[in-house]
Design a protein around this ligand. Structure first.
Ligand SMILES: [Zn+2]
Length: 369
């Protein structure tokens, strides 16, 4: 795993890029062994540390406290996490297939041998291995005990075996979060999704948080320097953010006052309309956060009008990117609006290429609103 990380050329990936690599590559490398053995805790600890370090820093050795605990990251997106596998539970779920085979007396040479050699006339669920049994057999029996504690085994053996389903049952369910559709909106770019996730968890490293950790001594807002830089000030009360928000609201034609609770619990008949509005707010959060970072590190900041343009292009390009998916989902608002608008615009010779894109998109948004 460390070798992979050091060999990757892209050192400056976003959080979203690193999350993809953690899920698709790093956390999969040990899976072959996790399917055969109950791995020692020390090894699994190391696997987890490498994944965690890479996600938060892009390197394998990192010694600062991460913004969000790994336990939270391992929850499903519905439960407020990132959907990364917990390697301890995944290992147990993978090994549990042996337990399932033995319980179902699967027709294999190994299962027959196990029944004749170890279990004999005993009931499998109450069976305890003798001291002289092999290490591997002890591990399988250990997994059986863990399964007995974690799930309803009688029901579990009756169904067909699935590592993922066993993992889900063992991981348990915690309360779902209301902001999941807002944070993981398909109309947002993945890097926007990640920053919005940190925002929803109130874990962006604002000066207020840094001050709490004792890293800095001045907690004033990087943009206006008029108040403490809390998340609520930075995104809702800061004069700069208020102006940006006003422009976005104007563009979307919304007159109600925005608050996180309003947008998260907001009910809307048109899914697409809701997704466009949510994506615009998520994009705004991302860009305000970039502006704050640029103000902090370079001392420069862009104009609110430019912020609006960036929000528009972010949502627009994403919509164009998944246009075919949207039409597959029979998103009628999108289909009709998108089909009509370019044709009307083609007759207007004065519209320049760039404005054409924006106007098209504005009309699409207007039509779906
Ligand atoms: Zn401010």
């Amino acid at each position: 795993m460390v070798h992979r990380i050091r060999s990757w050329g892209a050192k400056k990936l976003s959080y979203a890029g690193r999350l993809t690599l953690v899920k698709a590559v790093l956390s999969q490398l040990h899976c072959y062994w996790a399917r055969i053995f109950l791995l020692p805790k020390g090894i699994l600890n190391r696997v987890e540390t490498i994944c965690r370090n890479y996600l938060w820093s892009g390197i394998d050795g990192y010694h600062r406290i991460p913004a969000v605990s790994w336990e939270s990251c391992c929850r499903t997106k519905k439960q407020g996490g990132l959907g990364v596998h917990n390697c301890y539970i995944w290992n147990i779920a993978s090994i549990s297939k042996y337990t399932w085979w033995i319980a179902n007396k699967k027709d294999s040479l190994w299962v027959c041998w196990v029944h004749n050699m170890y279990i004999k006339q005993h009931d499998w669920w109450s069976y305890t291995p003798s001291i002289n049994s092999s290490w591997v057999w002890h591990q399988i029996c250990k997994v059986k005990e863990k399964l007995k504690r974690g799930l309803n085994v009688q029901q579990w053996v009756q169904g067909s075996f699935s590592t993922q389903q066993t993992y889900d049952s063992l991981a348990g369910t915690s309360e779902s979060v209301t902001w999941e559709p807002f944070v993981w909106n398909r109309l947002c770019l993945p890097k926007v999704n990640f920053i919005t996730w940190l925002f929803a968890k109130d874990r962006l490293l604002t000066k207020h948080r840094l001050l709490k950790f004792g890293v800095i001594s001045d907690g004033l807002c990087c943009i206006c320097a008029n108040a403490q830089e809390t998340q609520s000030h930075l995104f809702f009360d800061c004069a700069f953010s208020k102006e940006c928000l006003q422009l976005v609201l104007q563009w979307l034609g919304i007159s109600w006052h925005l608050h996180m609770d309003t947008i998260m619990s907001w009910r809307c008949r048109s899914l697409l309309k809701k997704q466009i509005i949510m994506a615009s707010f998520a994009g705004l959060i991302y860009i305000i956060w970039s502006c704050r970072n640029s103000a902090k590190h370079n001392g420069s900041i862009i104009r609110p009008k430019l912020v609006l343009q960036r929000v528009q292009s972010m949502v627009k390009y994403r919509m164009q990117g998944i246009q075919s998916e949207l039409s597959i989902l029979r998103c009628r608002d999108w289909g009709t609006a998108y089909a009509k608008v370019p044709a009307t615009l083609r007759h207007n010779a004065q519209v320049t290429a760039n404005a054409d894109i924006y106007n098209t998109f504005d009309s699409v948004v207007a039509a779906s609103l």
